[in-house]
Design a protein around this ligand. Structure first.
Ligand code: GCU
Length: 704
């Protein structure tokens, strides 16, 4: 039945992640719950649908592991009493004595929507019913039930939940290259490719991956890097499509649609045309034909993800066309098949001269895309990074959220910790993402948080959602740093329900990953919840960003970031530092915001401390709201942050012997590196600004 040995090993390596399903036993109420949940059956004649089969198999697998006993699947629904019953309902609750009317009230059915689920205990039938309008909803319902039970819920007789995802598109983007490397990958090489070959059918890893994704509600996956190199250009051709179709089949079993990043100049790259001009009918026809080829191989293909005219990628600008021309041409090719174009807004001029204080990379996305509002086809969505720059530890929210009224939008996060410790430092990003989601854009002068703009609910958009750059790779625990799994897990949970708090998500993740020792979990939650603040405190201060080594972006280097080779983007001299983005004397970026956001950021007095240097150039002696001068803030946070990084290691060491050695040791070694590396950060940043400002530390500490 269960291969417990290898299962235990997979738990101890971190491979099983939050689907460890550690056996429960001691919880109060366990016995009666275990007795209650002995069988699984499917209502009515269904059960042949692939997703329903997955749902039943997952439920059986999960319950067997959690309850430590065989769970029977009753094929024919001759016996309605007892156990768990799965079934589909109609949204309108119609069709007589159906599954829906038998178990669920109208509001549960309504709340489950088309993709969600409802779970309720029926006293009359003495069974737990999981219902949904779609087979995908049933799968999500199954994973929800398993999550509740694994987290310690035993009162199944009291269950009555109904929920639907807040976002239609819940997507993960891989930056994996066909040669097996991963751009910004910090968890080993790609598990999708090696040496221009597909690895995905050689092991169970792809299936295991799909399970993990579906269990947190992910429904879309882009499997190749947005920077599409020559070899990946062939992904949309018969050379690669048979293998891609096999990946799509595995994903389909888990309700996940496959997307591909495409090269805008593919017709040229593949030597089929001498132009990629989106308004040239030969180009449009080429994409129509090629898209049909893709759909023939992958009938439920999701669509194209496009990085164009960005960081040297080709795009419509070459032909004096704009982004709407480019995106709409691809959208036309995808429309007959129901596919969509996700067009990225990460577009900026790499070559900024620091002496020119009006050109500002932060302005670029808004300046490029806001004027095009209303011009994009209804099967195009613009994918917008959470901030105006590039996934820094601290940035304001991109003003494009609020600036676009007639355009489908998708919010983009980066789970991969490119600028936040590269999965060698712990940095739980969910609190940061929550701030972004809750940020009020003041669109229409109202309460208009990013979460409702991105989901599409605010403007009534057809497409909406959240995408994020993957942090997974071939490492045994998927993410390199075990604690980085919390970001992956948290992303999925937030995309499903942005109302969950960062603590709730941390609580869920620790219990599912480490088990039920409350002391252990409290400590890990505490570490996670402090980790972003700690990371920020010993790295780039007060919203200024970057300060990393060129190209690989790891480790401190105040002037290192490659695009500052035309000058210091932080504008520090002996008097002060920071970027003036105000309207009167600076780049005018602050005016891209709506309502009071614009005036708050524009004002030196009102701008929040944590973003001060993003918006203002100030003397080192400027006094923050905290009462400290800027230079003293830099010294204090860097001394304290490095100390706290050491504290994380000390905290973790108290867990020795209380969690599996395999899990303990892998985190311990990363935390050791973090503690050492944080000191290097402290010393480099403090020394740099000490030299520049000539101002000593008020506390007389030695600065190296
Ligand atoms: C960052 C990152 C690149 C990536 C780019 C993108 O600049 O460093 O590796 O290609 O973002 O989002 O396209």
């Amino acid at each position: 039945m269960l291969d417990t040995e290898s299962s235990d090993q997979q738990i101890a390596s971190g491979y099983k992640a939050w689907l460890s399903y550690r056996r429960l036993a001691d919880q109060p109420g366990f016995e009666s719950m275990a007795e209650q949940l002995s069988t699984i059956s499917v209502f009515g004649s269904g059960g042949k649908e692939v997703l329903l089969k997955t749902a039943v198999a997952e439920l059986q697998l999960g319950l067997q592991a959690l309850l430590g006993k065989p769970i029977l699947i009753i094929q024919e629904q001759e016996q309605m009493q007892g156990g768990i019953v799965l079934g589909q309902f109609h949204q309108d609750g119609s069709s007589g004595e159906s599954f829906g009317t038998r178990y669920f009230n109208e509001s549960s059915i309504k709340n489950a929507g088309s993709e969600g689920f409802a779970i309720v205990f029926s006293k009359s039938d003495n069974c737990l019913a999981i219902g949904a309008a779609s087979p995908a909803g049933l799968l999500y319902g199954v994973f929800h039930l398993l999550r509740l039970i694994a987290a310690g819920e035993t009162r199944v007789q009291d269950l009555n939940v109904a929920q639907a995802p807040a976002n239609g598109l819940r997507m993960i983007d891989h930056w994996d290259n066909f040669d097996g490397s991963v751009e910004r990958g910090y968890a080993g090489r790609s598990f999708l490719y090696e040496n221009n070959r597909f690895l995905t059918t050689e092991s169970d890893r792809m299936r295991d991956y799909a399970r993990l994704l579906a269990s947190i509600g992910i429904n879309s996956l882009c499997i190749n890097n947005v920077n599409v190199h020559h070899e990946e250009t062939y992904f949309i051709t018969p050379r690669c499509l048979p293998e891609i179709a096999r990946i799509a089949d595995i994903l389909k079993d888990y309700g996940i649609k496959l997307f591909l990043s495409v090269n805008f100049a593919a017709p040229i790259e593949l030597k089929e045309l001498d132009t990629a001009d989106p308004l040239d009918s030969r180009v449009a026809d080429w994409w129509k034909r090629q898209t049909a080829v893709v759909y023939e191989a992958v009938p439920d293909f999701g669509g194209f993800l496009v990085k164009a005219d960005s960081e040297n990628r080709p795009g419509p600008f070459t032909y004096d066309r704009d982004h709407a021309d480019g995106a709409n041409m691809l959208a036309d090719a995808l429309r007959p098949f129901g596919g969509i174009v996700i067009w990225r807004c990460f577009v900026y001029n790499c070559k900024q001269d620091w002496r020119d204080r009006k050109t500002d990379r932060a302005r670029a996305a808004y300046d490029h895309f806001q004027p095009l509002d209303g011009r994009f086809a209804d099967n195009v969505a613009l994918q917008i990074k959470n901030g105006p720059l590039d996934f820094q530890v601290r940035e304001p929210v991109s003003p494009l959220f609020g600036g676009l009224e007639k355009t489908n939008q998708v919010l983009e996060f980066q789970i991969a910790q490119e600028y936040t410790g590269q999965q060698r430092h712990v940095c739980y990003l969910v609190p940061q993402w929550k701030e972004v989601l809750d940020f009020n854009t003041f669109a229409k002068g109202e309460q208009a948080p990013v979460k409702s703009i991105a989901s599409g609910s605010f403007w009534g958009n057809k497409i909406g959602g959240i995408a994020a750059v993957s942090n997974t790779g071939r490492d045994g625990n998927w993410t390199g740093h075990l604690l980085a799994q919390a970001n992956w897990y948290g992303f999925g949970r937030l995309a499903w329900n942005p109302e969950l708090t960062a603590e709730e998500i941390a609580q869920e993740w620790t219990t599912l990953t480490f088990g039920h020792d409350e002391g252990v979990n409290a400590l890990i939650i505490d570490m996670l919840m402090n980790s972003w603040r700690i990371y920020e405190s010993y790295t780039a201060p007060l919203g200024i960003g970057w300060m990393v080594n060129p190209n690989h972006h790891y480790g401190p280097n105040v002037d290192g970031y490659e695009f500052s080779q035309w000058g210091t983007y932080h504008y520090s001299d002996h008097k002060g530092l920071g970027v003036d983005r105000t309207t009167a004397t600076g780049t005018g970026y602050s005016a891209q915001y709506l309502g009071e956001n614009a005036s708050i950021y524009n004002s030196l007095e009102q701008c929040p401390d944590e973003l001060l240097l993003f918006f203002h150039h100030v003397p080192y002696t400027h006094v923050l709201h905290s009462g400290k001068t800027v230079i003293q803030h830099i010294y204090d946070t860097h001394f304290h942050g490095a100390e706290e990084a050491g504290g994380l290691l000390a905290q973790w060491r108290t867990l020795k012997g209380r969690i599996e050695d395999g899990l303990y040791l892998q985190v311990e070694s990363r935390l050791q590196e973090q503690a050492e590396h944080a000191k290097e950060w402290r010393d480099q940043i403090n020394t740099y600004f000490h030299r520049k400002s000539g101002i000593p530390d008020a506390q007389g500490r030695r600065i190296y």
